[in-house]
Design a protein around this ligand. Structure first.
Ligand SMILES: [Mg+2]
Length: 400
């Protein structure tokens, strides 16, 4: 199904815009990158194998891939992958928000006015971070391509040489998880992340079996995806002490920052917050409550790169190292996360494993199985084949 929306009154450059003020300053810039077309592709990307975590099992990934084009023919690509458990957004809801609410705001605007996009979008509609992220990523890609620079150069330049990828293992039987860990290490992975959140007894067994399958030089990380109570978390952490776990991610329910704080204060183990921490506001909550030692930033929670970078900065000021995570995204949003991870000294790990899990991607990730290596190609650094994206689409919306 193709939907086309043409609204000549849209765009926050117009005097009669939604806000009734010149929020977008049309000052006759010499080199304006004027946006004149946005396309939203609804694609379903099959996973190589089902992905099972504490709160759901996934067989494919529903993705909204967005392109923004300017009058001069420059194109930027972005993507939204929603997680309704985390942001409350749905795939079709996010489609509506992008196509009907946010994309029309950008018609006629200068693609480089990214801060203003966030300001206007946040006033127009509350929350909906994945929908905002899709456009934020596409704007960043577009501006970087126009400048002829890799995206990381616009985000602060290089802070890391390359990005080491972890291998993520679903919550399965302990022996199966140990088998997969051993196999991943054989293939060259230097860090293993295991999904937990079952009973403490079973989870300690999983940690023990996986660690026994691995050399001590391989990093082991645990993500409970909110599966434990504070007491259960402390129980698991205590029994896992011999098994050299780098950190425990989101042990307790996202609604309960007080419980996160209780766990964090009661152990020497490193505790990482994920699901409840969306933007700078929640980052400040973590700092104020001492609710975590580390934070997992995701573009789909933060509304995109610009707020994510602010979170990394705030974290650095408070001695909270950050990870860049993902919602199992295609190479488009994954690469956006990778450019930020490469650029920021306070981002010390990543969880950018979407392309490794997806059977059919829309571009080829740069690097190899265990590393993302970004060169100086402009923008996200890959060529997106529009006809391939269109072939994978179950619907296409055009805003022009
Ligand atoms: Mg997590």
């Amino acid at each position: 199904m193709d939907t086309s929306i043409s609204d000549s009154s849209a765009g926050y450059g117009k005097s009669d815009d939604y806000f009734g003020s010149d929020l977008f300053l049309d000052i006759n810039k010499a080199s304006i990158m004027r946006i004149n077309k946005i396309t939203v592709y609804g694609v379903r990307l099959p996973l190589k194998q089902p992905f099972k975590i504490a709160y759901d099992t996934y067989h494919d990934i529903a993705s909204l891939i967005v392109s923004i084009e300017t009058a001069s023919g420059q194109v930027g690509w972005g993507e939204a992958v929603v997680d309704q458990h985390v942001s409350g957004e749905t795939y079709l809801g996010a489609r509506e928000i992008i196509t009907r609410e946010l994309a029309p705001l950008l018609m006629g605007a200068d693609a480089s006015d990214i801060a203003q996009f966030h300001h206007v979008a946040n006033r127009k509609i509350r929350h909906n971070p994945s929908a905002k992220a899709a456009l934020d990523i596409a704007l960043h890609d577009l501006v970087a391509r126009e400048c002829g620079k890799p995206l990381y150069a616009l985000l602060g330049g290089r802070s890391h040489a390359r990005l080491e990828l972890p291998y993520v293992i679903s919550m399965l039987a302990p022996e199966e998880m140990a088998r997969q860990a051993k196999e991943a290490a054989r293939r060259g992975y230097q860090s293993i992340k295991i999904k937990l959140g079952d009973t403490p007894e079973h989870d300690v067994e999983r940690i023990a079996r996986v660690r026994e399958a691995l050399d001590r030089s391989i990093a082991l990380r645990v993500d409970a995806n909110q599966g434990w109570s504070a007491k259960q978390a402390l129980q698991v952490i205590r029994h896992a002490a011999p098994y050299q776990v780098d950190w425990f991610e989101q042990p307790v329910a996202m609604e309960n920052l007080a419980a996160m704080a209780r766990v964090t204060k009661s152990t020497d183990a490193m505790i990482m917050a994920d699901e409840p921490i969306h933007g700078v506001k929640e980052m400040l909550d973590v700092i104020q409550l001492n609710a975590a030692d580390m934070v997992n930033i995701k573009l789909m929670k933060s509304s995109g790169l610009r707020p994510a970078m602010a979170m990394a900065e705030v974290g650095m000021a408070a001695d909270i190292p950050c990870q860049i995570g993902s919602m199992v995204e295609s190479s488009i949003a994954t690469l956006a996360g990778a450019h930020l991870a490469l650029a920021h000294p306070n981002i010390i790990a990543n969880d950018l494993v979407g392309p490794a899990m997806i059977g059919e991607d829309v571009a080829q990730m740069p690097g190899d199985e265990t590393h993302i290596v970004l060169d100086d190609s402009p923008g996200l650094g890959v060529t997106i084949d529009r006809s391939r994206v269109r072939d994978l689409s179950e619907f296409v919306d055009t805003i022009d």
